[in-house]
Design a protein around this ligand. Structure first.
Ligand code: HAM
Length: 422
């Protein structure tokens, strides 16, 4: 029979000792660390559905963005309603806040979950990928920006990220953004014959995005283009300098006046964290201020800033893994005593939740079970047969230290021993 394969750009994460790259283990470790950092910043968790009404993303991420234009996983449901698998988390969070009528309050939120974008898969780019996001709602520009950068410094440190650089920029206020865009279009229009199709489309739909073009010819043309910095109000430039000064001891922060983001809802301060270890897809997180999104979606005026972390990309930058717990391999030698012996394993787990106890559930010889325990890198094999059960004892065999001898322990000695393990 034909085998069924996973869909293009979608990967299975299986935590297995045979996975040499340890991708799944790294991802699960990262998620654990991020949860503890989010707690450290007093953020609350929010979970929104993976499926949303398509118009939510058209009205937020924007019609001119690649995400909405080309990459939406969009379907008609059984009721002919157009729904999409969410390509990002921010729009759903704001929809939820408005729907719950709590868009007049302040919120500090985090989420973690899969997102879907129909992109051309390549290194660091998947069609299903995981994001951990943070949205800080109800706070004007100022301390909330510092909170974002502080959080990025914390995660860089906690995960010991290789060569991180935080790029920051400011898109200014509405007026300066408009003036800059007008002048940029005036500058580029006479050269439109030299622009590739994608950039030409951007010229009418969202000229700011041209600054982000990967095309070397476009970048050449941009060399003499008007510069965003000349249009920014002083307070925006001051904020960038303040952030650079305040966090430069902990992080490599670079002001990049060409940094624009691929989603339409950004209004002020924007940022991305990159690492040259990642190759072409070098951003492992990105975000910014989006003060108009809530009112655009029918809610109140809610100032907001947020970011999302690409977990798979972060995994490429992480070397350390969680210290594994002591592994005990529990070996039952006779099918006649299986249930009674199993109860001992159950008691041991309740005694100390720091240990990792593998009850070998299959029947087999002592030799094959010891082979499996060694393969799993177990520290000890706990062996129990009919004789041991009768005398309330268990044989404890150290597996990592080949010079140590196995010993027989009474159940109470075993319980003390297991309690003492870390
Ligand atoms: P974004 O820049 O589109 O922002 O995505 C954030 C991060 O998700 C990227 O920096 C990247 O690490 C990861 N990512 C994006 N696409 C893929 C992909 N196809 N495969 C693997 N990783 C990917 C947002 O999504 C905004 N919602 C961030 C935000 C939150 N802004 C304000 N609040």
């Amino acid at each position: 029979m034909d085998k069924i394969h996973s869909l293009t750009g979608m990967i299975d994460l299986v935590s297995q000792k045979t996975d040499k790259s340890e991708t799944a283990n790294k991802i699960f470790f990262i998620e654990k660390i991020l949860r503890s950092i989010f707690k450290n910043y007093s953020l609350s968790e929010i979970r929104t559905p993976a499926l949303e009404d398509e118009s939510l993303f058209k009205r937020s991420v924007g019609d001119s963005s690649d995400i909405v234009n080309k990459e939406l996983y969009s379907f008609l449901d059984k009721n002919d309603k157009r729904i999409v698998l969410r390509p990002e988390g921010t729009a759903g969070v704001i929809r939820s806040i408005i729907e719950k009528k709590i868009d007049g309050d302040t919120h500090k939120l985090w989420y973690l979950g899969p997102m879907w974008r129909y992109e051309r898969p390549q290194k660091g780019r998947f069609r299903q990928f995981y994001q951990a996001g943070v949205e800080i709602l109800g706070y004007e520009e100022g301390l909330a920006e510092l909170e974002m950068i502080s959080l990025i410094c914390s995660l860089n440190k906690a995960l010991d990220i290789k060569n991180p650089v935080i790029k920051i920029n400011h898109l200014g206020n509405k007026d300066c953004k408009k003036n800059f865009c007008n002048d940029l279009v005036d500058y580029l229009r006479p050269m439109s014959a030299d622009l590739e199709k994608k950039d030409l489309e951007r010229l009418t739909k969202n000229p700011l995005r041209i600054l982000d073009s990967k095309n070397p010819e476009t970048q050449n043309i941009l060399n003499n283009a008007p510069l965003m910095i000349d249009y920014l109000p002083q307070e925006s430039k001051d904020l960038l300098e303040l952030i650079k000064d305040m966090f430069s001891d902990d992080c490599n922060i670079k002001i990049d006046y060409k940094l624009v983001r691929g989603l339409d809802y950004y209004t002020g301060f924007v940022f991305e964290a990159i690492s040259d270890e990642l190759g072409a897809q070098d951003a492992y997180l990105g975000g910014g201020r989006y003060d108009e999104l809530c009112s655009q979606l029918g809610g109140k005026n809610l100032p907001a800033i947020g970011m999302a972390i690409g977990i798979e990309r972060l995994a490429c930058l992480v070397n350390t893994l969680e210290n594994t717990k002591t592994l005990l391999s529990f070996i039952i030698l006779s099918s006649k005593i299986e249930q009674k012996a199993y109860k001992i394993a159950h008691n041991l787990r309740l005694l100390n939740n720091k240990i990792n106890l593998d009850t070998q559930l299959s029947r087999g010889s002592l030799k094959s079970k010891l082979r499996r325990a060694n393969k799993d890198n177990a520290s000890y094999a706990l062996i129990i047969g009919e004789e041991e059960l009768k005398s309330n004892t268990v044989v404890v065999k150290p597996l990592l230290d080949k010079n140590s001898q196995q010993s027989s322990m009474s159940l109470s000695e075993l319980y003390d021993f297991v309690r003492s393990l870390t």
